[in-house]
Design a protein around this ligand. Structure first.
Ligand code: ADP
Length: 547
């Protein structure tokens, strides 16, 4: 017997319809590429998303055709999130920090038909447009009078002129909730990038889950600043969860330096912010020396790479901001786990709570996870045994776009497919997962594993260290030995010997790095994560001491 409840497809258009109807006057504030602050409401967003949908219809774009963006976090990008997907097309958010050749490659691979870009990226588009034959409409995300006369890009229109000519009268179509809604390419550190192709169903379920109290805990009372880019994994789904909750949204545009982010948080009374550790590093680096404090910020989600414990402590102790450590990946839409305490942890001491907060956290309902050994058998949840982390759930990929890379899933005894994350992790008896490392970054020394994250976290706790990256170096006896590359804080001093001494008592002796290499900067990838492949290249002539 089937249930007798209404069956409505879970569509992204329903989110914007809901936001318009129930939170029409809630604000969306954006710092624009031009530098000024733009303000409007969800009602305006909904109206302009419909204009965009009409403009796409005007191009005779078919169902599931791809529309690409090269844009910062801002209201026009947000309109694309709803206008493109809501009208049945697929939003392809492109990471502008990728190499131009790689951008051209993914535009061709996705067969993008329309590409909308912020003016920051005009030179980039001028460099690649001739290599992108599938794109039949280039759109500059700007006012008509901001469009330079001769850009060399055939048929280029300004977004405002383009959607301005379209009616706001539009009925969102209904279709199968499993239809594709948006896509995001992984960074492709090995081989060509592969795309995760999200669906309306996966996105809507993820939006519900992200808003839960033990996940991002978003509400209509929040003012949310997603520093995490809308060009990578849909800004962790915040645009959708925002429409679902009606929170005020504050978009930072291109200004991601500590000063600009701080000023925006204060000016817009932001209560909640989300970003990767490197961005928060810049923010705290700006605030510390000037003795600045937050007047409204209450919580921040930090993920994308391991959040150093020193950062969690700084946010909590110095600034009174709760840190929610999060883990996920492009292939998971991206949220997998979030670290929030359970009731029984509330009575624990601060130090004991801190040990838990450093972990990547507990599964969100909708994500099942397990750790397995080399033989594929599931390992114990004892907080010590580590293994390959596998996940499954309705917002986890089952295959990559165009079947690239074949079937990525591993089957269990019941034939269910699990996605191997490429991360090595432990899970404790309470279900808190902790990433030991990415499997390709873990250091194998004398048959034992050393977590590069642990080594980095210790260095990051030293007051003179701004950033630390640990990599394994070949060793004839031990196979690999860890070294730590360190960027010093401006004006701070620490010697190799002092830093190595700092490790004493904080980790097992054999895990202490063999050397410290002081560097000007650590190479960062397109999503602000440390690029260890590049760092290893830079260290190709390096030899361990004594070898
Ligand atoms: P890519 O960097 O390949 O594009 P993602 O942006 O999807 O991929 O990043 C996913 C990976 O980032 C995870 O598999 C994990 O290794 C790492 N990661 C994400 N969040 C965390 C975290 N909180 N702690 C440690 N590693 C993390």
């Amino acid at each position: 017997m089937l249930g007798l409840m209404q069956s409505q497809p879970l569509l992204i258009s329903s989110l914007i319809e809901f936001a318009e109807r129930h939170h029409g006057d809630a604000e969306i504030v954006s710092r624009r590429v031009e530098g000024d602050i733009h303000r409007y409401t969800y009602r305006d967003l909904a109206q302009r998303s419909r204009q965009l949908a009409n403009a796409l219809d005007g191009l005779k774009l078919g169902f599931s055709d791809r529309v690409a963006s090269l844009a910062w976090n801002g209201y026009r990008h947000m309109e694309m999130y709803f206008g493109v997907s809501g009208s049945g097309r697929v939003l392809h958010t492109i990471n502008p920090r990728l190499h131009p050749e790689q951008i051209a490659w993914i535009v061709n691979h996705a067969e993008d038909q329309v590409l909308c870009f912020d003016m920051t990226f005009l030179p980039l588009v001028q460099a690649v447009h001739a290599k992108c034959p599938t794109v039949r409409q280039w759109v500059a995300l700007c006012d008509a009078d901001k469009l330079p006369a001769d850009t060399g890009i055939p048929g280029l229109v300004s977004y405002e002129a383009w959607i301005g000519a379209s009616s706001a009268d539009y009925a969102w179509p209904e279709f199968d909730e499993n239809s594709a809604s948006s896509m995001c390419y992984t960074s492709g550190t090995t081989g060509n990038p592969k795309a995760a192709l999200y669906s309306h169903r996966s996105t809507t379920l993820h939006a519900y889950a992200a808003a839960l109290p033990d996940v991002m805990c978003l509400s209509a009372r929040d003012a949310v600043l997603p520093v995490v880019p809308m060009f990578h994994v849909n800004a962790w789904g915040i645009p959708y969860s925002a429409a679902l909750t009606g929170c005020k949204l504050v978009f930072p545009g291109p200004a991601l330096d500590g000063k600009s982010v701080y000023e925006l948080i204060e000016a817009e009374k932001v209560t909640y912010a989300a970003g990767v550790p490197t961005v928060w590093q810049m923010l705290l680096g700006h605030m510390g020396p000037s003795g600045l404090k937050f007047s409204s910020l209450k919580r921040t989600v930090i993920g994308g790479s391991a959040c150093p414990p020193a950062m969690i402590t700084a946010f909590q102790e110095q600034y009174g901001v709760e840190v929610l450590h999060a883990w996920g990946m492009t292939e998971m839409s991206p949220l997998g786990t979030l670290c929030t305490l359970k009731n029984k942890h509330l009575a624990l001491s601060k130090d004991e709570q801190m040990k838990i907060r450093q972990k990547q956290g507990r599964s969100i309902y909708g994500v099942d996870m397990k750790i397995v050994g080399g033989d594929g058998n599931e390992l114990a949840w004892d907080g010590k045994t580590y293994g390959d982390l596998l996940v499954r759930g309705p917002w986890v990929v089952q295959a990559y776009y165009k079947g690239e890379g074949g079937d990525p899933l591993v089957r269990d005894a019941q034939g269910r497919g699990w996605f191997p994350t490429g991360d090595v992790a432990t899970i404790d008896a309470d279900g808190f997962m902790q990433i030991t490392d990415r499997s390709k970054d873990v250091i194998k020394s004398g048959g034992e594993w050393i977590s590069s994250i642990d080594i980095e976290n210790i260095a990051m706790a030293h007051p003179a260290v701004a950033m630390a990256a640990c990599v394994g170096m070949p060793h004839p006896k031990w196979d690999e030995r860890p070294i730590v590359c360190v960027v010093k804080r401006p004006g701070a001093e620490v010697t190799r010997e002092q830093l190595l001494a700092f490790y004493e008592g904080k980790t097992a002796k054999w895990q202490i790095p063999d050397d410290v290499v002081f560097v000007e900067a650590i190479p960062l990838g397109a999503t602000g994560k440390m690029l260890k492949t590049k760092l290893r290249e830079q260290l190709k002539d390096y030899r361990l001491p004594g070898l």
